[in-house]
Design a protein around this ligand. Structure first.
Ligand SMILES: NC(=O)c1ccc[n+]([C@@H]2O[C@H](COP(=O)([O-])OP(=O)(O)OC[C@H]3O[C@@H](n4cnc5c(N)ncnc54)[C@H](OP(=O)(O)O)[C@@H]3O)[C@@H](O)[C@H]2O)c1
Length: 287
């Protein structure tokens, strides 16, 4: 038994070193002058991504609904070293806005290297209230606008050997209570962009797609929702943002941040009842 444990530990270590060794290296210089469009960049992880891209010397277009806030974020991006920092206010629930934003970015930047899809519409955190209309409208913001923007940007990305970076969630891999509308949109994103990854690869397209699975991150909006309800650690938005950027820049198909979200996606299939018990016991809920 002891020998078996030693062999097991040694194998895990070798596998870990092999994965690290063969992982593509991130070259920060590759982002200098890169033409980037970040959605949902007026707050949270999107705002932090804009600042990181700025420090790397990228040319950035940011978008969200609040124009005044976008203006402040763009000014900070310039002070941090962005070669360009432009903004365009848009509501991703409107049918024409996703195209308008992509066209603006491609025109102002003279092409596009990274399309970073990150925005989410607001939704409550609680038992499903049977509101079907809300799910329909959340799908417009969280899902259909992503698909529409990817389609609109594909030509420009093909020309630049560019990347689509999709910010998804652990909720898109395993259902968690109190998030039915949000979780549905994230599962849809993983499905659509997972298929697109296959098809672009089969067509030998120049475009890479990275799907980022995040656990609980300490953004203001997330913390406001879960405070007093979930007992789980939240990870820093700035670190999550940097990991997303590196995943896109190294053209990796997936990111799991923090790392244990990957283990959780495995154990939910291996030990479903244990996983369900653990998930439900992190919630403070009394019927
Ligand atoms: N925080 C977490 O714990 C966590 C965990 C897993 C995954 N994620 C993912 O990470 C991403 C960012 O999350 P976050 O916590 O940083 O969110 P956040 O702080 O709430 O930011 C959401 C962004 O989307 C914009 N937005 C909202 N409605 C919009 C609309 N109708 N049209 C256009 N833009 C709109 C917001 O700006 P305006 O209000 O100005 O429009 C804001 O910039 C999301 O995809 C989320 O699913 C987050």
């Amino acid at each position: 038994m002891r020998a078996f444990t030693k062999v097991l530990v040694a194998s895990v270590c070798v596998a870990y070193v092999a994965v690290k060794w063969t992982a593509p290296r991130f070259n920060a210089e590759s982002l200098r002058g890169a033409r980037v469009l970040v959605t949902g960049a007026s707050s949270g992880i999107g705002e932090q991504m804009a600042y990181h891209y700025a420090r790397f010397g990228a040319q950035i277009v940011i978008t969200a609904r609040r124009e005044k806030v976008l203006q402040q974020v763009a000014e900070k991006c310039l002070s941090l070293g962005a070669q360009k920092a432009l903004y365009i206010a848009a509501n991703m629930g409107n049918e024409s806005d996703p195209d308008k934003v992509v066209d603006f970015a491609v025109e102002k930047l003279g092409g596009l290297d990274y399309l970073v899809l990150n925005h989410i519409g607001s939704t409550s955190f609680g038992m499903w209230d049977e509101d079907v209309e809300h799910i329909r409208s959340l799908f417009k913001v969280n899902f259909f606008s992503y698909v529409q923007m990817a389609k609109r940007a594909l030509n420009a990305l093909e020309q630049s050997k560019g990347s689509v970076v999709v910010v998804s969630s652990l909720a898109g891999k395993m259902p968690n209570p109190f998030t039915a509308p949000y979780t549905s949109t994230k599962f849809a994103l993983n499905g659509f962009f997972g298929v697109l990854q296959h098809e672009l690869s089969m067509k030998k397209s120049n475009v890479s797609i990275s799907i980022c699975t995040l656990g609980l991150i300490d953004t203001e909006s997330a913390m406001r929702k879960v405070r007093g309800v979930i007992d789980a650690p939240a990870y820093p938005a700035t670190e999550a943002a940097l990991n997303i950027i590196i995943t896109g820049a190294t053209r990796q198909p997936e990111l799991y941040y923090p790392w244990f979200t990957y283990i959780m996606t495995l154990t939910k299939d291996w030990f479903p009842s244990v996983t369900n018990y653990v998930v439900q016991s992190t919630y403070k809920y009394k019927p």
